[in-house]
Design a protein around this ligand. Structure first.
Ligand code: SF4
Ligand code: SF4
Length: 182
């Protein structure tokens, strides 16, 4: 069986294919052109676009997980330890990390999103904002304050699925307490 015979046997063929191709071309010819008019008109980007990374520094515990997992080594964190006095009499003094500096070098970042995914404390978020080009590459190093300013641009999270199961923490909190032994 030749190729044409095989196509004809499947209901295709040269002429119908040609007609359908020309119909698609004609449709495109009459369609009004769509020109992106950026920067006069801002593009409508999907809410979860990876534009820039925002930092909520109060959530950051300086655990260094994001910096260790970043494949480009472009996250720089400085912190120091602080003693927290006991809250009860006879309790122990604890230590906690205090974040001094957190910066991301966007001239090295490849926007993989690993840092946002691995942060266990919801300190990093994507914002769709992309208008931060610089003429000096050194200005693409965003320090803690600048990363914090991007938080305003982070879109609200999507609504929860009403049919979704409760999170394990909610289930545990709603579990009835056991009666103590008498
Ligand atoms: S998006 Fe990827 S490359 Fe950029 S800072 Fe995060 S982990 Fe590093
Ligand atoms: S993973 Fe999150 S909490 Fe840990 S250092 Fe990075 S931003 Fe801070």
């Amino acid at each position: 069986m030749t190729r044409h015979e095989h196509m004809d046997s499947r209901g295709g063929g040269f002429v119908p294919g040609l007609v359908s191709g020309m119909a698609a071309t004609a449709k495109q010819l009459v369609r009004p052109p769509h020109t992106a008019e950026y920067p006069d008109v801002a593009p409508e980007l999907p809410a979860r676009s990876r534009g820039v990374i925002a930092l909520i520094d109060n959530n950051c515990t300086s655990c260094m997980l994001c910096a260790r997992e970043c494949p480009d080594w472009c996250i720089y964190i400085e912190s120091h330890k602080e003693e927290v006095p006991p809250t009860t009499e006879g309790g122990r003094t604890r230590q906690r990390n205090v974040l001094d500096n957190f910066s991301i070098d966007f001239s090295l970042c490849m926007y993989c999103g690993i840092c946002v995914e691995v942060c266990p404390f919801d300190a990093l978020f994507w914002s769709p904002q992309f208008e931060y080009a610089e003429t000096d590459i050194r200005d693409l190093l965003h320090e803690k304050d600048r990363l914090g300013q991007w938080v305003e641009e982070v879109p609200a999270p999507p609504e929860l699925d009403p049919a979704a199961a409760d999170a394990p923490e909610v289930t545990a909190a709603n579990r009835p307490t056991r009666r103590g032994r008498t």
